[in-house]
Structure formats: structure tokens, C-alpha cells
Write a protein that binds this ligand. Sequence first.
Ligand SMILES: Cc1cc2nc3c(=O)[nH]c(=O)nc-3n(C[C@H](O)[C@H](O)[C@H](O)COP(=O)(O)O)c2cc1C
Length: 328
Amino acid sequence: MPTALPDVATMRRAIEHAVRAPSVHNAQPWRWRIGPEGIDLFADPDRHLPATDPEDHDLLLSCGAALHHLLLALAALGTSARVERFPDPGHPGHLARVRPTGAAPAPGAVRLAGAIALRHTDHRRFASRPVERAVLDGLVRTAAGWGAHLHVVGAGAARRRLVELMGRSAGLGQQQIDYAAGIARWAERRPGAGDDIGAAVDGRRAGGVPGRPSPRVPHGVEHVDASVLTVLSALTDDRLGTLRAGEACSAVLLTATDLGLATTPWSRPLAGPRVRAAIARDLPGPAVFPRIVLRVGRARDGAEDLPATPRRPVGQVLEVVGPDHPAG
Ligand SMILES: Cc1cc2nc3c(=O)[nH]c(=O)nc-3n(C[C@H](O)[C@H](O)[C@H](O)COP(=O)(O)O)c2cc1C
């Protein structure tokens, strides 16, 4: 007989932490349901940008990150959980069902949950003190543990080549135009509704220069500092592989945060199958499917703490279904 679920208030609290996950353009493309089976995670089609994300990569990465955040939040609240990914073959938007088990969580998960409130996307120049190889190797292992592959790009020629490919992606004619239009549309919706991309980016730039993110090479990539570029790849070129890459993305970002590192996720420069294929060709080892670049480094001495980006209130993204709250 399955163990009783935690009460609704506890599961709601876990979701409040889960929505702190990073998401593309701070779109927060998720919906949650608490029901008799546990917590269900759904993709929110209203918050998907098909023009900029035709293959759902960003959607799935963002939701995967939120799923990983949820598991950590449950751990911090005292329980491990069982995850079923894509539990309903007839409903591809139903991404996961999470059932808290009541078993003691892993201590590492409890610790990592503490990094949720500390992690921020940081576009600034990083310090010139390098990140130790052993730390980077640890991040590679973290990604592997969550079913994805992290490749640490060497400084010099390898980095220059990746940056060149990232710039190429942004210059794909109509795709770029659609992309910029998609971003502009997103930036204009519901200002102040807790999902403003401008709030996510403005004021984050070196020198505080305001403005929308450029669809060309992402801000920060040109910095000459000791940041390291890594490529996070899915192990399979399908929705499950990408969702798991999102979970790994969260695990890598939070592990880095826990180690006192600063991070920047960039998926926009990988928007385009040709660029992804070119990046994949440069990666040694068995075939993998690049999904996102993660920049890792150290904040400069004296760098100010970054403010938290806004989120939609949980009440807007959560439905509770049960005897007292039947599904509508
Ligand atoms: C899948 C994914 C892709 C992202 N791609 C980019 C990107 O290309 N450029 C960028 O500046 N930020 C990117 N971000 C960072 C988001 O803009 C950021 O997570 C969001 O604004 C919330 O801010 P926070 O991470 O500080 O909480 C991405 C985040 C995720 C999860």
C-alpha cells in the first residue's frame, strides 16, 4: 500500500521553491497539479514561443529544471520522491508525476536545496581566478548522474570555435527575425506580471546598461575572463532526453552555486539544427545532442549580490484536485 502523501500545504511549499527554477526568457512554461497521485507537472502551451523554440527544447529544459528543483525542495521538506516522466503516452504535455515516498531524502539533495535561493543567472564579467579542474570534473559527474552529458570546452581555439558557432546560430536570416519577434512579443506581454524578460536581463549587464537581450552572440560571451564554457547535451534526441537535460542543467547550476560559482545558461545560440550539429561534431566521444551552453566562473571580488528575478505567484500555476477540490 502506498505511503500517504504529505499534506497539500507541504506540497505547495515545495512547488513554491520549484518555480524558482531558471527558464528561458523567464517564461516559466509550467503548470502544476496536486492530486491524489502526487504532484503533476505539465508544459504550459500558452507560455511557449514556437517561433523561437520549434522543437520544444527550451520548454522541456525549463520544465526539467523545475522538476529537479521540486525534488530538491521535497528533500528539504523531509521526503524523497519517485518520478515518472511522461506518465501518459496520450498526453505529451504531461511531463512528470512526482510521488513523495516518505523515505528519508539523500543528504546531498537537502544541502543542494539551499542553493535554490542563491542561484541567479549572471551575465557580468567574471573574475580572472580560474575554476579548478577538479570542480569542473565534479560538474561533469553531476550531469552524468542526471542522464546528460557535460563537456568542458577548453580555453583558446576550442572556445573561439564554440563562440563562432554560437554567433552563427544567431545570424540565420528568417529564423533570427522570427526569434527577435518572438522575444519582442514576450517582452511586451503583461508587464509586471512576474514574467518580464526585461526584469530578468536589464540591470544585469556589466555597467548596468539597460536593454533587451541581443539575438546575436549573448552578452557575456565576449568577456575576457576566467569563465569556462561548457556544453550540456541530451543523451537521446527526443523529448525525454531533453527533459532530463533540463534536470541535469538544474543540477549543474545548483551544484556550481553551492560551490560559490556564478553561472549563465545560454540556449538561444543553439537555436538551429545546423549549429547544434556543428557543435556536436566538435564534441569528442559518443554522439550526444547539444542543448544549452552553461558559462561557469567566479564572481569578481566585491561584485554585488544579484536581485532575484520575479516569478508568477504559485496560485497562478497550481491547481489542487481532490475530494474538496474536484477537477474542473
Ligand atoms: C533553458 C534555458 C535557456 C536559457 N537561455 C538563455 C539565453 O540564451 N540567454 C540568456 O541571457 N539567458 C538565458 N537563460 C536564463 C534565463 O533568462 C533566466 O533563467 C531567467 O531570466 C530567470 O532568471 P534567473 O535564472 O536569474 O532566476 C536561459 C535559461 C534556461 C533555463
